[in-house]
Design a protein around this ligand. Sequence first.
Ligand SMILES: C[S@@+](CC[C@H](N)C(=O)[O-])C[C@H]1O[C@@H](n2cnc3c(N)ncnc32)[C@H](O)[C@@H]1O
Length: 374
Amino acid sequence: MGKSSKDKRDAYYRLAKEQGWRARSAFKLLQLDEEFDLFEGVTRVVDLCAAPGSWSQVLSRVLIKGERVGRAAYEDKRHKEFLRLRQAASAEQVSIDEPETPANQPRKDVKIVAIDLQPMSPLEGITCLKADITHPSTIPLLLNALDPDFVPTSTSVEAAQPVDLVLSDGAPDVTGLHDLDIYIQSQLLWAALNLALCVLKPGGKFVAKIFRGKDVDLLYAQMTILFEHVTVAKPRSSRASSVEAFIVCTNFQPPKGFKASLENPLGAGRTVKPSSEAKGERTQACRRTRADGITELELGSDTEDEDQHGRWIAPFLACGDLSAFDADASHKLPEGHVSLDPVQPPTAPPYKRALEERKKMGGAYGKTKLGEMK
Ligand SMILES: C[S@@+](CC[C@H](N)C(=O)[O-])C[C@H]1O[C@@H](n2cnc3c(N)ncnc32)[C@H](O)[C@@H]1O
């Protein structure tokens, strides 16, 4: 496929190059921010599975440089539209000046740590770590990056200066075997959540990529033990044909007595009492006879059982401005379009060795080299 045809078939791939993003994934985070205002009051962020770094770029532009992208850009656009409509509706036809876009507002004391298995080209103001988020040794590494004076103890690991937002866009190299891919993805999510529990402050937010498998409702139910609001969101830039979605969890409120621990990730093995049982709300079946002689039978509800076996339905939200490009459609290229090179080619892609081997073999289909034909 030629470069121009890829530009045509994937508007976000083209836009990413034009706007200087390292990957089209940047638009997913921007569209999630449009909907959930993720960066409000946020200064300390952990970006897990961050390479090649387009989410970190978004963080850098919003928090360090104070640029108005994502939610802020969306609000500016809405405001301009509102003024235009008001002007059109005004009987006096008074002209209203185009409002100025507010100036950039960099935030103070911003701390951003990005982690990935792959090396990541540096980004100003961001601490990049090359590590595996599923490995226990990554937790102290992260805590040290957040606070160099931090000394982890074996029993309890918590950030001395907790963070406001943990992001995880982790994805394994998909095999095409859906069940396996979903399983590996869930392991990444589990690791990301475990890291989040060690560093998030109460009230903090957690946003992570998920693959929508058949038990996504179970995942949702588990998240509601830890966060007040949980939504599964699908940004417009995420292809409808992909099982990918994002779980957006806000207002972190760990269960009473919960302590993040290296030995006991996610509090595994400990049980959290169902809240209804704790409040003594379990009701029993009862039979009573009304004055007219009819017997009424009220079935008791075993809330513990419901908590264990009932299914939950996660609120599902499609997000991103409806006028934004459809990720599954081909789009006409703008007049005079010149196809650009990607902003940041992968530094060490997992397929690098395969490409080298293929080159050695004589090209895409292992054709015989000219020299060998003679
Ligand atoms: C979709 S990409 C992330 C894109 C990134 N958010 C961006 O905007 O540029 C998924 C990343 O997950 C990383 N990853 C997969 N498994 C990982 C693990 N166990 N630990 C750390 N990173 C991992 C991969 O190396 C890959 O770079």
